[in-house]
Write a protein that binds this ligand. Structure first.
Ligand code: ATP
Ligand code: MN
Length: 456
């Protein structure tokens, strides 16, 4: 018989049909001579209750079932007399695939800490919370593609191994086949014959495609060897980076705002039960806040206005605020959580704080960078209008001591038919955090990579 996934079984309106489900046992208990099995197959946060009467052949076998065991059950779907569920399955036939040793199974009935679950990679996704996290993550990824595909952005795959450091920040993982323990080698002897690293951003390569194909986006893994053990940083994370020719900073802000609203709406629409779970168990008020964010316009503010607001607030900060300082997360969170209470887009940062490729304003002090800050997470998007004027770009590179030859291939975009263009990068895990309300970024990625932590 064709197998049905539990998600669909739970929504079947007409009872009485015969169906097969397969999955893992959440709980199994005996009440008098009836066996009640909660079975979950990962398709839904809700499990299906299976009722086993003594008259069926598999009764004795099923009485041995333990939490975590896997099986197939065929039976008749009936209306459930129990509260809290509409239907249940009256078992007729069953096959057990694998039993668990109940005393050794790490997932006991009590609630486990997320830290504990991170250590048991295989069973973590079998819990309610992580099942929900990864279904929502999937739905968000789908929404990322649907948003850009609807707007005719081309999905481009930029390289993971590169020879350039996009941010100029130098927090790179080197890629080498040389043995670090054997001395007297230089990069010329290495696999690529030069220094190579894992990409920190696909932007520069993305710009080459946007200045030919008009609108593109990348969605891939990104690596940063920053030694920051925070709840917002990973060494390996996924980034979504659209780049659009002929877009200025305002178009870029509009795009970022529409994009965030689209992905939130689609998850609320596609994963109502999982979102309900986060709203009840992880972050009360989550759905209401997301709905509010979707229906209101994001506040926009220049860096200079933000600095003034922070100084005028008379709030005590650990880091002093003055024009020219890099805003710390305490400043960003004050603005977005206390002062405004909804997402804020900050623009026009001091030139000295931003990378070489940002468009320089006529005051020659600020550049057209933009950060989107959201409550609970802080910076979720960083982007800019790009400097498309060749002479100004070269001046900026000189100022930052960047070697023009290394970037020749990039500078070509400004030599041959240069155009205004803009783009941004969304940290995908930060988006998952924002939408689910999960506190720690390690809990929204299947396998987290952080300093001194490389398991599985
Ligand atoms: P932050 O100031 O938070 O370290 P950043 O300014 O270095 O971020 P960008 O270079 O602007 O970040 O990267 C674009 C986006 O990528 C950020 O807005 C953020 O959402 C995400 N991001 C950056 N670094 C990390 C990281 N280490 N782990 C997860 N996401 C990150
Ligand atoms: Mn940034």
């Amino acid at each position: 018989m064709k197998r049905e996934r539990i998600k669909h079984v739970l929504s079947i309106v007409e009872t009485g049909s015969s169906i097969t489900v397969k999955g893992w046992v959440r709980t199994c208990r005996k009440v008098k001579d009836l066996i009640f099995i909660e079975i979950n197959d990962g398709s839904d946060i809700e499990s299906l209750q299976v009722v086993v009467e003594p008259k069926i052949e598999a009764y004795k076998q099923l009485a041995e079932l333990t939490t975590g065991s896997s099986l197939s059950v065929t039976g008749t779907l009936v209306e459930s007399p129990a509260a809290g569920q509409r239907v249940e399955l009256n078992a007729e036939e069953a096959e057990i695939y694998g039993l668990t040793d109940a005393s050794a199974y790490p997932l006991q009935k009590k609630r486990h800490s997320f830290e504990f679950l991170r250590e048991i990679a295989h069973l973590r996704p079998r819990t309610n919370t992580f099942g929900a996290v990864f279904r929502v993550r999937n739905s968000l990824a789908h929404a990322v593609h649907s948003f850009f595909q609807q707007r005719e952005f081309l999905y481009v795959n930029t390289p993971i191994i590169t020879a350039n450091d996009c941010e100029g920040a130098g927090e790179l993982f080197h890629v080498t086949t040389l043995d670090p323990l054997k001395q007297n080698k230089d990069y010329g002897d290495d696999f690529f014959g030069k220094k190579a690293s894992l990409t920190v951003s696909g932007q520069l390569e993305g710009e080459l495609f946007a200045t030919a194909l008009d609108r593109i986006y990348t969605f891939g893994p990104t690596f940063r060897a920053e030694n920051s053990n925070t709840s917002r940083h990973l060494a390996e994370f996924w980034m979504v980076e659209p780049e659009a020719a002929f877009n200025d900073i305002n178009d870029n802000m509009d795009l970022a705002e529409d994009f965030l609203k689209h992905i939130i709406l689609s998850v609320l629409d596609e994963c109502p039960k999982d979102m309900d779970f986060f709203d009840k168990r992880i972050k009360p008020g989550l759905i209401k806040n997301l709905e509010k964010i979707v229906s209101s316009k994001f506040e926009r503010m220049t860096y200079t206005e933000a600095v003034k607001t922070l100084i005028d607030s008379k709030e005590k900060f650990n880091f002093k605020v003055e024009w020219g300082c890099d805003l710390q997360s305490e400043h960003e969170r004050f603005l977005v959580e206390k002062k405004i209470g909804s997402p804020v887009i900050l623009t026009d940062y001091p030139r000295t704080l931003k990378p070489f490729y940002m468009y320089c304003n006529s005051d020659s002090k600020t550049v057209r960078g933009m950060d989107v800050l959201v409550p609970g997470v802080g910076e979720i998007i960083g982007g800019s209008e790009r400097e498309y004027r060749l002479d100004l770009l070269l001046d900026r590179m000189k100022e930052l001591n960047l070697n023009e030859e290394d970037y020749d291939w990039y500078i070509d975009t400004r030599r041959f038919g240069t155009v205004p263009h803009s783009g941004f990068g969304l940290g995908f895990e930060r988006a998952v955090q924002f939408v689910t309300g999960m506190e720690n970024i390690r809990d929204v990625i299947p396998f987290a990579r952080t300093p001194k932590n490389l398991k599985f």
